[in-house]
Design a protein around this ligand. Structure first.
Ligand code: ZN
Ligand code: ZN
Ligand code: ZN
Ligand code: ZN
Length: 298
C-alpha cells in the first residue's frame, strides 16, 4: 500500500473498524476486527481469530472501495506470515584455505544458495554467525526464515544435512529470537514495545517526551530561540531537522535505533547487554553520590 493510502486509511481507523465489523457481521462470519494499525508497508487489520479466505475477500473489497484510497496501489490482503528459527551446525568458522579468514555473511549466503534444500526459502533477516566456543574452530549459523503458520518450511529443513566443502552441516530447530529486543516506544533495550512501562513515548532522535514522528512539532531544536547565544533560527517548514543528538543508550553520535550503535551490534549477546546496563547503573549511582558529597565532576 502506498504511504498516502496508509495515512488516509489510518485517519479513519475507528470508523473503518466499525464498518468492517458491520460487513463481516452481515456475512455471518464470527471473525471481528479488534483494531487497525500500520507499518511502512501497509495496514495491519487485527482480528479476534484467524480469518478465512471469505473474510479476506470482504476485507479486500472494503479497503479497495474506501474513500480516498487509490485501489490500484493496494495489494490483496493476506494472512500474516510467521517466522521460523533455525540454526546450522557443523560449518567451519575459519576458511579451509586460510585459517585467518573467518566465515563471513557472504560465505553463508553462498552456502545457502548452493544447496538445493534452501531453494524455496527466504530469509527474514541476515544470518548470524557465532563461534561455538571462544576456542572452537566451528561456527553456529542462525537463520530466520519466512514460513506459514504451521511452520511447514522449517519442518522440511530440520534434521537435514548438506555439504560445506568436505564438512557435513546439519539444520536444527532453534528458539525464537535469541536476541535482545529494543522497545520502539522508549528505545531502551531488554523489553519489547508491548511491555514498555513508561507513560507516553520517547523520541528516537532527541529522547524528548513525544512520539518520534512528531519531532518537528514537539522537539525544541528546530524552533527559534532568541534568548540563547548564538540565537537559534527556526528550521524552514518542510526541511528535515538538521540537528543531531546523542544516542540515549550509548551517548554516541547516532539515533537510538541506529545500526552503528554498539547496543545494536551486540543485540544477540544478552550477557553484553546485562553487563552494559549494570555499568550504566553503577555510573549513575556514582554520579549521584558525588553530587551529594559536593564533589566536582570532571
Ligand atoms: Zn520501553
Ligand atoms: Zn524529538
Ligand atoms: Zn532540529
Ligand atoms: Zn548508541
Amino acid at each position: 500500500m502506498s504511504s498516502d493510502n496508509i495515512s488516509s486509511f489510518m485517519k479513519n481507523a475507528s470508523s473503518n473498524v466499525a464498518n468492517l465489523n458491520r460487513e463481516l457481521h452481515n456475512a455471518k462470519t464470527d471473525v471481528l476486527v479488534d483494531y487497525i494499525c500500520s507499518d511502512n508497508t501497509g495496514v495491519i487489520i487485527v482480528t479476534n481469530k484467524v480469518a478465512q479466505q471469505s473474510d479476506l475477500s470482504i476485507i479486500n473489497h472494503y479497503v479497495k472501495n474506501s474513500n480516498d484510497i487509490n485501489a490500484l496501489q493496494v495489494k490483496d490482503s493476506r494472512l500474516p506470515k510467521s517466522k521460523s528459527y533455525l540454526k546450522i551446525t557443523g560449518i567451519p568458522f575459519y576458511s579451509y584455505a586460510n585459517s585467518q579468514e573467518k566465515l563471513s555473511l557472504s560465505d553463508v549466503k553462498t552456502i545457502l544458495k548452493q544447496n538445493h534444500i534452501f531453494n524455496n526459502i527466504s530469509l527474514t533477516s541476515k544470518p548470524r554467525i557465532i563461534k561455538v566456543l571462544p576456542k572452537s574452530d566451528m561456527a553456529t549459523v542462525w537463520i530466520d526464515v519466512w514460513d506459514v503458520q504451521s511452520g511447514q518450511n522449517a519442518k522440511l529443513l530440520i534434521n537435514r544435512c548438506f555439504n560445506v566443502g568436505n564438512y557435513i552441516a546439519m539444520i536444527r530447530g532453534a528458539n525464537m529470537n535469541p536476541g535482545v529486543p529494543q522497545c520502539k516506544n522508549c528505545w531502551k533495550w531488554g523489553h519489547s514495545t508491548f511491555s514498555c512501562q513508561i507513560q507516553g513515548a520517547k523520541c528516537v532522535k532527541c529522547n524528548g517526551p513525544h512520539k518520534s514522528e512528531h519531532y518537528r512539532e514537539f522537539g525544541w531544536c528546530c524552533k527559534a530561540n532568541a534568548k540563547i547565544n548564538p540565537p537559534r533560527l527556526e528550521t524552514k517548514k518542510g526541511e528535515p531537522c538538521p540537528h543531531s543528538f546523542k544516542c540515549s543508550n550509548c551517548k554516541g553520535d547516532h539515533q537510538a535505533n541506529s545500526n552503528d550503535c554498539p547496543f545494536w551490534r551486540h543485540r544477540f549477546n544478552r550477557e553484553w547487554h546485562i553487563k552494559k546496563y549494570a555499568e550504566i547503573r553503577e555510573n549513575r549511582s556514582q554520579s549521584i553520590r558525588s553530587d551529594v558529597n559536593g564533589v566536582n565532576k570532571l
